[in-house]
Design a binder for this molecule. Structure first.
Ligand code: ATP
Ligand code: MG
Length: 230
């Protein structure tokens, strides 16, 4: 059942690549219709698809499993927040995949402070690495929407096609074992200081679980307990 937010929610989802940020995001948008979302990875994949200069730069970083320069990704996401009209204190939104470093978090913090739209909650999705590795092999995505499918747990209704648009699904080129290993290593370099940054501000929560289905109800409950009325 859809739930109304009684005050603005500005949420950041943290977690390893493959932890299920995209999956939880889709479910949150359904549950809380006032919520909007943006994924930094999806913004970059759209730039690649549109063949922009930023897209061709991004493609080289992504295929190496490396993080883009902090300034660049921050400018891209800030631009989106502003264009989408989310820098207004009434708007509710969630960020997936950005900030990923303390430098990005610091730049975002000062940008949001200006419009009185600081993050209100940060949730770290804590999923065992063995589960994550298995998941990636079976993952397919619909690039324009960011919708994620899993051949085992969440197959598309028609094989190889997006449920909503019927457009083709693709395998992310950075979901190979080799690149994925690099992405995990990059994640481990930056994750602890980032968690610490938000823990210090008292807005960090951690939700642990082996599957997205275990995490979803915990996430819903956490948000409903502070932001929701039915
Ligand atoms: P998943 O989508 O499985 O959770 P992920 O979080 O690693 O995995 P994306 O968020 O889609 O994947 O990011 C894909 C790639 O885009 C990253 O490996 C990185 O190269 C680049 N990227 C995305 N967000 C950022 C960011 N905040 N800072 C720097 N680079 C980024
Ligand atoms: Mg993602």
């Amino acid at each position: 059942m859809a739930t109304k937010l009684i005050k603005p929610l500005r949420l950041l989802l943290l977690g390893a690549p493959g932890a299920g940020k995209g999956t939880q995001t889709s479910r949150l948008l359904e549950k809380f219709p006032q919520l909007n979302s943006v994924s930094s990875g999806d913004l970059l994949r759209q730039q690649i698809k549109d063949k922009t200069p930023l897209g061709s730069l991004a493609a080289s970083y992504i295929l190496e499993g490396k993080l883009l320069p902090d300034e660049l990704i921050t400018r891209l996401v800030k631009g989106h927040l502003s264009d989408a009209g989310w820098l207004s204190p009434q708007a509710s939104w969630l960020l997936d995949g950005f900030p990923r470093t303390v430098e990005q978090a610091t730049m975002l913090k000062s940008a949001l402070a200006k419009s009185d739209t600081s993050l209100t909650m940060v949730v770290d999705l804590d999923v065992p690495e063995s589960v994550i590795l298995e998941r990636i092999e079976n993952r397919y995505v619909h690039v324009p929407s960011g919708r994620v499918y899993n051949l085992q747990y969440k197959p598309p209704k028609v094989p190889g096609k997006d449920d909503i648009t019927g457009e083709p699904l693709t395998k992310r080129p950075d979901d190979t074992a080799e690149v994925f290993g690099k992405r995990l290593a990059e994640y481990h370099k930056t994750a602890a200081p980032l968690r610490e940054f938000y823990a210090k501000r008292g807005i960090l929560k951690t939700i642990s679980g082996e599957t997205s289905d275990i995490i979803t109800p915990k996430l819903f409950q956490l948000i409903e307990s502070q932001y929701g009325v039915n």
